[in-house]
Design a protein around this ligand. Structure first.
Ligand code: GNR
Ligand code: NI
Length: 188
């Protein structure tokens, strides 16, 4: 297992569509483990392979701590996840993203979704979710399609945050600094 560096805006690899895995083999399971370790280290409640610059349709979640501080870990791993149903009803929640550090904004999404995916054993599963789980599933699946939560907010707010991260990256280049990484990745 290994903690991998998380890429951040404006890294173009965040905009790539990830490819499905042919099967869930040991290599995919190792990727799931790396994603979980990286997510817990960040810390975050979800992480997509896209965020560690691996363009494969693999992602992990653990929302246990989010809902109950004393809860024991509940790692979930998904390969080739697909939203097979989404509710008409929507909900609004504040989102953040490890690839857009320190920016938070309200996002409107379907309140409930049903997701089909392959589990750690390569077995096809279906999961119906609401609340924070539904939220997280949609956020992570978006990553696999090269979509970020800022794509769901107003253009004015999106342009402002994209510009800010673009300028910070440009400054880093001019000062010949390595690309900005999260503090967690730096200490890995
Ligand atoms: O840690 C995370 N928190 C979060 C909060 C609200 C909605 C979505 C998320 S996912 C995020 C980690 C992340 O960037 N996953 O891609
Ligand atoms: Ni994210």
């Amino acid at each position: 297992m290994a903690v991998k560096p998380i890429i951040t805006l404006p890294d173009k690899r965040l905009r790539q569509r990830a490819a499905p895995v042919a099967r869930v083999d040991d290599e995919v399971r190792a990727l799931m483990d790396d994603l979980l370790e990286t997510m817990y280290a960040a810390p975050g409640i979800g992480l997509a392979a896209t965020q560690v610059a691996v363009p494969k349709r693999v992602m992990v979640l653990d929302i246990a701590k989010r809902e109950d501080e004393a809860a024991s870990p509940d790692p979930m791993a998904f390969a080739n996840p697909e939203i097979v149903w989404a509710s008409q009803e929507t909900s609004i929640r504040q989102e953040g993203c490890l690839s857009i550090p320190e920016f938070f904004e309200d996002v409107v999404r379907p309140a409930r979704v049903r997701v089909s995916y392959l589990d750690r054993d390569g077995k096809r599963q279906e999961l119906e979710a609401d609340g924070i789980l539904a939220r997280c599933l949609q956020h992570e699946i978006d990553h696999l399609d090269g979509v970020l939560f800022i794509d769901h907010i107003s253009r004015l707010k999106r342009d402002r945050i994209v510009k800010k991260f673009g300028k910070a990256a440009k400054r880093d280049i001019e000062e010949r600094k390595p690309p900005r990484r999260t503090a967690e990745a730096e200490s890995a």
